[in-house]
Design a protein around this ligand. Structure first.
Ligand SMILES: Nc1ncnc2c1ncn2[C@@H]1O[C@H](COP(=O)(O)OP(=O)(O)O)[C@@H](O)[C@H]1O
Ligand SMILES: [Mg+2]
Length: 245
C-alpha cells in the first residue's frame, strides 16, 4: 500500500491497522490527507462502527466514524435502505450497501443541521467513512444521555422535543433516537443519523413512534411529567407533512 503521509504520522496511524480492511485503510489515508487531519486517536470500537477523533488543520477537533464493512450486518442495512425511496436501487453487495448507509447518515445530518437541529456538522464522507464536527471541547467528549444523570431534566426534555420539532419541520424522522444517541454538552445533541428517513418510507411512522417512546421512557425515569406520546406524534406528523407537501 502506498502511503503519502510524513514518516512521523505512520506511528500514530498504527492504531487503525488491523482494525480496518485494506480498502478502508486506503480510503482512510486519502481522507485524512485531503482534509489535513492529524493527532488521530481511537475513541470507540463498536461492533459495526469505529469512532476516532482527530485534529483538522491542527486546530479543529473532528470525529471520524468508520463503518466496519466486514462486521456490518449488510442484509439488515439493505432491508432498511430499500424502504427509503431516496436510495432506490441499492446494490446488495456488502461494500455498496455500507457506502450508501454512510452516505445516508451524511445526508440526514446535513438536513438536520440546516434545520437548526443540535447535531454534529457533517464535514465529508467517502465510501464507509464519515467525518463530522466533534461535540465536546479540548478533547473532552460530550457524554451520552444514558451515561449521565442530568440536573435539569425538565429543561432538557423541552430541548429534546424542540430538536425533534426542528427535525420534523425538515421532513425527517431520526429513526434511532434514544438516550444512547443523544450527547449532552450544555445542550442535547442528536447523533447517529443512519436510520433517518422521510415519510415516503413505509416504516417512518413506526420509527417516529419508537423515537418518541424512547425519549419519554428515559425522561419518565427521571420523574418528569412527560407529554402524551400520541400528542407529540400528532404534532410531529403535522410538521413533517407540511414539509412533505
Ligand atoms: N460528533 C461526535 N462528537 C462526540 N462524540 C461522538 C460523535 N459521534 C459519535 N461520538 C461518540 O461515538 C459513539 C458512537 O457513535 P454513533 O454515531 O452513535 O455510532 P454507533 O452506530 O456505533 O452507535 C457515541 O456514543 C459517542 O460517544
Ligand atoms: Mg449510536
Amino acid at each position: 500500500m502506498v502511503l503519502k503521509r510524513k514518516k512521523e504520522s505512520y506511528k500514530e496511524l498504527k492504531i487503525v491497522h488491523g482494525v480496518f480492511d485494506e480498502r478502508t485503510l486506503m480510503t482512510f489515508y486519502r481522507l485524512i490527507n485531503k482534509l489535513d487531519i492529524s493527532a488521530i486517536s481511537m475513541l470507540e470500537e463498536g461492533k459495526e462502527a469505529v469512532v476516532l477523533s482527530g485534529l483538522r488543520k491542527e486546530k479543529e477537533l473532528i470525529i471520524i466514524k468508520v463503518y466496519r464493512v466486514e462486521a456490518c450486518d449488510f442484509k439488515k442495512m439493505w432491508k432498511y435502505l430499500v424502504e427509503d425511496p431516496r436510495f432506490k436501487g441499492v446494490n446488495k453487495r456488502t461494500h455498496a450497501v455500507v457506502k450508501i448507509w454512510c452516505q445516508r447518515e451524511f445526508k440526514n445530518m446535513m438536513i438536520a443541521c440546516a434545520a437548526g437541529v443540535n447535531c454534529p456538522t457533517p464535514i465529508a464522507f467517502k465510501d464507509n467513512i464519515l467525518i463530522m464536527s466533534f461535540i465536546g471541547d479540548k478533547g473532552v467528549l460530550a457524554r451520552r444521555l444514558i451515561d449521565v444523570r442530568p440536573d435539569n431534566p425538565k429543561e432538557l426534555y423541552k430541548m429534546v422535543l424542540e430538536n425533534l420539532r426542528k427535525l420534523a419541520s425538515a421532513g425527517l424522522v431520526h429513526g434511532d433516537l434514544s438516550a444512547y444517541n443523544i450527547l449532552l454538552w450544555d445542550e442535547p445533541y442528536f447523533i447517529d443519523f443512519s436510520h433517518g428517513t422521510t415519510l415516503k418510507n413505509q416504516n417512518a411512522l413506526e420509527l417516529l413512534k419508537r423515537d418518541i417512546k424512547n425519549i419519554n421512557s428515559y425522561f419518565s425515569k427521571l420523574d418528569i411529567a412527560v407529554k402524551d406520546p400520541e400528542d407529540i406524534f400528532k404534532e410531529l406528523i403535522k410538521l413533517i407533512k407540511s414539509k412533505s407537501e
